[in-house]
Design a binder for this molecule. Structure first.
Ligand code: NAP
Length: 290
């Protein structure tokens, strides 16, 4: 990669940023699509988000990704916001426009694209969503937005599940999100579900844990999608597979949230072939760091 006077800069603001895989995604995309751009992670302390965004604009930065813990704080630094990102109330991608940045949520569109690439349908589906944190909230919006029939939102803290359900149902004028206490999973209808695992349980190094350990629960799941991608095969995925279902990790979600951002910044379309090549690189990188 060569940097010259015309190189466009994109980056990531968050804290910490040391272990991010986003530079691998974006710098490989730039190489493969022939764009003269570079992607750099920037560690930004809480309280400095506004300064960072202003400084980025002054430095002609083309776009930024935003990660934990700044996804909500950054809202106050935008000059425009995409309608859906506004409803979700969280932004992970900033696109340079006149006078500042416009905010988007490519976590949500990226997950939808990742599911489509595995031929997993959302429309008219009955879905179990485990968790009600920041990521699960975006997933709940995604499911409602793309026409899920019903989403049972199970969370340890029922109040959080209720709050997310209320917000999503109100924002999208639906009643499809149904909040439930995690421990009440036995009261679910006797059906087969797509289950999306959106809690942080099972994340490396706690790789042996699953948010529900009862093997009976997993017999209800035809497809399990874990947002976690480290470890590559989570305990949740193992339990789904042992009960006869198909299981996927969240690496493609990470890939496609990056590709969606790249496409917005560079007004381009990344081919499936390039997406697959980068997916392979990400998988290799995960193996190296195991
Ligand atoms: P978060 O806001 O901290 O939410 C954590 C969620 O996990 C909450 O619902 C919490 O329940 C639940 N939880 C935590 N410990 C639990 C326990 N012992 N038993 C039951 N439930 C428990 O985190 P987040 O930002 O939403 O992230 C969640 C996961 O998604 C993380 O593992 C992250 O790595 C992954 N993620 C992946 C991608 C991707 O690109 N693939 C993107 C974003 C996030 P309570 O509400 O009861 O505390």
């Amino acid at each position: 990669m060569s940097v010259d006077g015309k190189t466009k800069v994109c980056g990531l603001i968050g804290n910490p940023v040391a272990h991010t895989l986003s530079p691998l995604i974006h710098n490989t995309l730039a190489k493969k699509t022939g764009h003269n751009s570079i992607y750099v992670p920037f560690q930004v302390e809480s309280g400095e988000v506004q300064n960072a965004v202003r400084g980025a604009y002054a430095l002609q930065v083309l776009g930024l990704n935003v990660t934990v813990p700044h996804k909500s704080a950054v809202l106050g630094s935008l000059v425009e916001i995409d309608e859906l990102a506004d409803k979700i109330g969280a932004v992970n991608t900033l696109v340079r426009v006149n006078g500042g940045y416009k905010g988007y949520n490519t976590d949500m569109t990226g997950l939808h694209r990742a599911l489509l690439s595995e031929k997993i349908r959302i429309k008219d589906e009955e879905i179990l969503l485990l968790g009600a944190g920041g990521a699960a909230r975006a997933v709940a919006f995604m499911c409602a937005y793309y026409g899920a029939k019903r989403v049972y939102l199970l969370n340890r803290t029922i109040e959080k599940a209720e709050a997310v359900a209320r917000e999503v149902n109100e924002a999208l004028q639906t009643e499809c999100i149904v909040p439930m206490k995690l421990e009440d999973y036995q009261k679910l209808p006797q059906k087969q579900f797509l289950a999306i695992q959106g809690t942080s349980v099972g994340l490396y190094p706690n790789s042996q844990e699953a948010v529900i350990s009862d093997t009976e629960f997993y017999k209800r799941i035809h497809t399990g999608y874990d947002l976690i991608y480290k470890p590559a095969k989570t305990q949740f995925m193992k339990l789904v597979e042992e009960a006869g279902g198909k299981a996927y990790n969240g690496l493609k979600m990470l890939l496609y949230q990056g590709i969606d951002a790249y496409e917005l910044w560079n007004q381009t379309k990344v081919t499936d072939e390039t997406a697959n090549e980068i997916y392979e690189l990400l998988q290799e990188e995960m193996k190296i760091n195991e």
